[in-house]
Design a protein around this ligand. Structure first.
Ligand SMILES: [Zn+2]
Length: 184
């Protein structure tokens, strides 16, 4: 994780910072403007709704060098510390267009994006359409065991995350034992 970090005070997030320095390709003024419009109240792993202007397409809008730019794309570029590769999109794992948490974003092709959207439509149970992060604690022990089996059998982290309506990070944490240690 580079670039984006959350300051915590008494265990509660209170601000987004960029460490150690904003990426060279972005104007620090643009980065500072962006940072003021990110709602990080849900914490590091929740969706971070954009509180600035939202376009008709449902995506947040910010500015780069006085030109409009998609807010989630801007966020991903901060995190990657470089522009997205030509033709690549900033795609959401969380299906929440206003979310700008870089943990929920990835650089993907239009093909990746369409495939993921299709997978989400097929997903059972239905994905968290409101984009709310489903906490690890909302899974049952049986689901956690099932997740470990699916991954061991070669299912992708992405499809498993979609299936259970949790983030890929949650799946990673379950698989490597950082979460749900007590479930065997
Ligand atoms: Zn999100």
């Amino acid at each position: 994780m580079s670039g984006l970090a959350v300051f915590e005070l008494d265990g509660r997030p209170f601000g987004v910072v960029y460490q150690p320095l904003p990426p060279a390709h972005l104007d620090p003024v643009d980065v500072a403007r962006f940072a003021k419009r990110v709602d990080i109240s849900g914490g590091l792993y929740a969706c971070w709704p954009w509180t600035g202007p939202v376009g008709l397409n449902g995506y947040g809008r910010t500015q780069r060098d006085r030109h409009p730019m998609l807010a989630h794309r801007f966020s991903l570029e901060i995190d990657l510390r470089r522009p997205l590769a030509p033709g690549m999109l900033a795609c959401h794992h969380c299906d929440n267009r206003v979310c700008v948490n870089p943990r929920h974003l990835y650089e993907g092709s239009a093909f990746d994006n369409a495939r993921d959207a299709k997978a989400r439509r097929r997903a059972v149970p239905p994905p968290h359409l409101r984009g709310e992060e489903v906490a690890t604690s909302k899974l049952t022990a049986d689901q956690v065991r099932e997740i470990r089996v699916l991954i061991a059998e070669g299912r992708s982290v992405n499809s498993t995350a979609i299936r259970f309506g949790v983030s890929r990070l949650t799946i990673d944490r379950i698989v490597d034992g950082r979460a749900w240690k007590h479930v065997r």
